[in-house]
Write a protein that binds this ligand. Structure first.
Ligand SMILES: *Cc1c(COP(=O)(O)O)cnc(C)c1O
Length: 355
């Protein structure tokens, strides 16, 4: 499931169009200006006013009592799951989920927690699939305590869980006395695309978080929200994991700027992703998944050329892509324009014609 390697060969031309990930956008001049002006204090003592403002904004946005600022989305997942679960307990999550594929086994390494891989199309699972994974309660079985879902589902194709399906899964989990956790790395992409509010989307989820360093375009940070008691307990894991910070307001200011200026514009990324997918699907040799948000997954049909060669040829033309979960992934973001999408399509056409 790992990301493909990025060549650091100095003979390669500079990267002109970075489709590797929405995490690779650079802070805008206006964002840097907000960072420079930020009021700061000692974050780990609760004395950074900008961090405190960001936490209040995030809690309100997600409809939760409280929130905590963490350095990364990964730490949001890790701190949340370690807080919710005890050693020997089991989490249920999709087999392609970030917690299962991309967090270094942190939940096992640090919390003695195991993750049961659920199956389903597009990185999502149904209420029936969840029910089928419930183990009979006995001293033989691990205690199943938590269900985690990813909105949007990254490796699933940046797909949007329909609100009704999210609600159903959360309801079934709660009926079984389980906790619900929503990985919201790209939650606001789903909200902008569906016009469902973040509060409604996260309503049945006991904990939920936002990543500011994905499509929102901030350089660092995620904020995890939930009940006041839960967030108080997360603070111990934040401390243990080394995620308590000092004058973190310079980073939180970028996140606040993103909430104020970079949410509605996610629709532009979705438009660019659709244009990219449309163009790619008109080039013979590609299998393209129709994008729902800002991630475009595609594969090269057997025989025409290897994925590695295609990525290398694109990189020679200054265009950076990666592979994820066995397919090629392109992510659109604030530094990718419609013109760049046309350029990338021209390059892809040229590379495939030569093959
Ligand atoms: C990127 C990502 C994360 C982790 O966020 P980082 O800020 O990169 O640590 C977690 N979940 C999903 C679905 C992601 O795409």
């Amino acid at each position: 499931m790992a990301y493909g390697p990025v060549s650091l060969d100095p003979k390669l031309p500079p990267i002109r169009i970075n489709l590797f990930s929405d995490a690779q956008s650079k802070p805008t001049p206006a964002m840097r200006d907000a960072m420079q002006r930020a009021e700061v204090g000692d974050e780990q003592l609760g004395l950074d006013p900008t961090v405190n403002e960001l936490c209040e904004r995030t809690a309100a946005l997600l409809g939760k009592e409280a929130a905590v600022f963490l350095p990364s989305g990964t730490m949001c997942n890790v701190a949340a799951l370690l807080t919710h679960c005890r050693p020997g307990e089991e989490i249920l999550a999709h087999e392609t989920s970030h917690i299962l594929t991309s967090e270094g086994g942190s939940h096992a390494a640090l919390g003695g927690i195991q993750v049961f891989p659920l199956q389903g199309a597009n990185g999502q699972f149904s209420g029936d699939a969840l029910r089928a994974a419930f183990r009979p309660v006995s001293r033989y079985a691990p205690k199943q305590v938590l269900v985690s879902a990813e909105q949007t589902a990254n490796i699933g194709g940046g797909t949007i869980w329909p609100k009704a399906q999210l609600d159903t899964v959360a309801r079934i989990a709660h009926e079984h006395g389980m906790i619900t956790h929503l990985d919201g790395a790209r939650l606001l992409n789903a909200c902008v695309a569906t016009k469902v509010s973040a509060q409604d989307m996260a309503a049945d989820w006991d904990s939920a978080w936002l990543d500011f360093s994905k499509g929102l375009g901030a350089p660092i940070g995620g904020a995890l929200a939930g009940s006041r008691t839960f967030i108080d307990n997360v603070w111990r894991w934040k401390q243990r994991l080394g995620g308590s910070m000092r004058q973190a307001g310079v980073c939180a200011a970028a996140c606040i700027h993103a909430l104020d200026h970079h949410v509605e514009r996610l629709a532009d990324d979705h438009t660019n992703a659709r244009a990219l997918a449309r163009g790619l699907s008109q080039i013979p040799g590609f299998d393209v998944q129709q994008p729902e948000t800002n991630l475009v997954f595609f594969a090269i049909k057997d025989g025409s050329m290897t994925t590695e060669k295609f990525l290398g040829e694109m990189r020679q033309r200054g265009i950076l892509l990666t592979t994820l979960g066995g397919r090629i992934r392109a992510g659109t973001h604030i530094d990718v324009t419609a013109w760049m999408i046309d350029q990338a399509l021209d390059a892809a056409r040229e590379v495939m014609r030569a093959a």
